[in-house]
Design a protein around this ligand. Structure first.
Ligand SMILES: Nc1ncnc2c1ncn2[C@@H]1O[C@H](COP(=O)(O)OP(=O)(O)OP(=O)(O)O)[C@@H](O)[C@H]1O
Ligand SMILES: [Mg+2]
Length: 501
């Protein structure tokens, strides 16, 4: 049984108008493997896997699954047959309960004579959630009340509720926090041990090298090569893989190289005795020219701090102050020069049905319009600068954001605030899903913003990112500050983890 091929793609072509997303890809998945799929933003990873999982059709080419022609027309159909995909973007249905989301497509399991036994379905769903250690998510609740991260966990639970033969995981781990991620790796290993297969898409080289048994590299819609587990463990493998991805040498020094933690005296944003949700009496002075990082496990509260800073949460005591004025809501925040890169890019950060240009200029309208009409030349120049800076892969800036690959959407959500030149930027996982080349550009830009006297609040799941970029790192545990670390060449992840758990 082992190493038996389970799914084969032959000469898969996918075109979107003039864009060739896939140029005739041959790809095989075997039982017992966790196959990594890596490649720059827009290289075709989501397109290829979503064709296998029934989300969209190839322009041409054929597939075989368990020795038979494979041509699913919907995701539900593919899932029924055992091909299940966790999407890069959120894929839960609002207005439904958690249980309904978990068993979507399998409701018939719980119905008799057309009547659904909701109680049984909810109980089963709760059992599954409990078994994943996320019993705090209640199956009977409406899904709308849960955060992006929790909704991802619910999708993961859904993916195993079915009899999955092939699990496709598209960039899910960047949405999960440290502890949830460990849980998820175990799940992937278990599937592989049960002689099923996992296709794992990620931009995190270490994660790919640690978790995958095989690797395939894509570039611009072509497969560049495959690596076996042994080849992945050879010295120099990361450099080789990076070279395969981008076709040129890329160093791995992409964080800040300086250890200068000085900043200006002036306070840019102040949290004064702030209580929000379960966080009580939190104080922080963020200065001009300072980068303060926040880290911790899932649900530790770090995300709440960012949201409160942008006026998205109601405070139960204290205030968030900028230039002596209270930040009451996002509008006052934007007007006073605060920007916010949200982790939940599809519902909070971007207007998917608008163009790249409109998304980038939206918060800068003040700066572009003399009297109230917009100067089209200025707008064009500004948009071009941002598209070039972050290598946003598109045909034209007039293209709708909904047609961009995940990482390219993230670049737009970042550019939206940097274009405005906000003086304070709150970033919640700003590099989520962007490839190494662009990460490098974003980090260089964050370092430059510090030099220009901007104030930055960086919330991140990646300890290496916090160590690499922040002047000061604040760790939260159970909604309270549990550790503070200053930037230093000696600071290691192991020094910090202790205060997280
Ligand atoms: N609906 C669409 N309309 C037009 N172009 C599209 C559409 N969907 C995808 N594309 C294009 O196809 C190409 C491949 O996109 P895909 O989403 O597969 O990339 P990816 O490798 O998953 O990238 P990322 O790492 O950013 O998620 C991109 O150039 C993208 O803009
Ligand atoms: Mg993708």
């Amino acid at each position: 049984m082992e190493n038996e091929t389970i799914l084969v793609c032959k000469n898969i072509v996918k075109r979107f108008g003039p864009v060739n997303a896939l140029n005739g890809v041959d790809f095989e998945v075997r039982r017992g493997e966790i196959r990594g799929l890596i490649g720059e933003n827009g290289s075709g990873k989501s397109t290829l896997t979503s064709i296998m999982a029934g989300m969209q059709k190839a322009t041409s080419g054929t597939m075989e699954y368990k020795g038979k022609p494979w041509n699913p027309s919907t995701m539900e159909q593919a899932q029924e047959q055992g091909v299940c995909m966790i999407l890069q973007e959120s894929n839960t249905v609002r207005g439904c309960t958690v249980a309904e989301n978990i068993f979507a497509g399998q409701i018939s399991k719980f119905s008799k004579f057309g009547v659904v036994n909701m109680k049984k379905m909810t109980e089963e769903a709760q059992k599954l959630l409990d078994s994943f250690g996320v019993g705090r998510i209640r199956a009977a609740d409406l899904i709308d009340r849960y955060t992006f991260e929790d909704r991802k966990m619910i999708e993961i639970v859904r993916s195993v509720s079915a009899d999955t033969e092939i699990l496709v995981v598209d960039e899910t781990t960047t949405a999960l926090s440290f502890d949830a991620r460990e849980l998820f790796y175990k799940l992937m290993k278990r599937l592989a041990e049960q002689n099923k297969a996992v296709i794992f898409i990620s931009h995190d080289m270490n994660e790919i090298l640690e978790q995958c048994t095989h690797l395939t590299v894509l570039r611009d819609g072509d497969i560049i090569g495959h690596l076996t587990g042994e080849e992945m463990r050879q010295p120099g493998a990361p450099e080789k893989i990076r070279y395969m991805m981008v076709g040129r040498e890329i160093g791995d020094a992409y964080y800040r190289s300086d250890y200068d933690t000085s900043h200006e005296e002036e306070v840019a944003l102040e949290f004064q005795d702030v209580s929000v949700g379960e966080i009580k009496h939190f104080n922080l002075k963020l200065h001009k020219g300072e980068i303060v990082g926040f880290g911790g496990l899932s649900g530790c509260g770090m995300r709440l701090i960012g949201r409160a800073g942008f006026g998205l949460e109601k405070l139960t005591s204290g205030s968030v102050l900028r230039n002596g004025k209270k930040i009451k809501d996002p509008l006052t925040a934007i007007r006073s020069g605060i920007g916010y890169v949200s982790k939940d890019r599809d519902t909070e950060a971007l207007i998917l049905s608008a163009s790249i240009a409109d998304n980038i200029t939206f918060p800068s309208l003040d700066a572009l319009s003399k009297f109230t009409f917009i100067d089209p030349r200025k707008e064009k120049k500004l948009v071009k600068r941002e598209v070039d800076r972050y290598l946003i892969k598109c045909n034209t800036p007039r293209q709708l954001v909904s047609t961009l690959s995940g990482g390219n959407k993230q670049k737009v959500s970042f550019a939206k605030w940097t274009a405005k030149g906000s003086s304070v930027i709150i970033m919640d996982c700003p590099t989520r899903g962007v490839d190494i080349g662009v990460k490098q550009a974003m980090y260089a830009f964050i370092a430059q913003m510090k030099k220009e006297g901007k104030a930055i609040l960086l919330i991140s799941e990646e300890l290496s990112e916090l160590i690499g970029m922040a002047d000061k790192i604040i760790i939260l545990k159970d909604f309270a500050v549990s550790g503070e670390f200053m930037r230093s060449p000696d600071l290691q992840e192991t020094d910090i983890i202790g205060s997280m758990i």
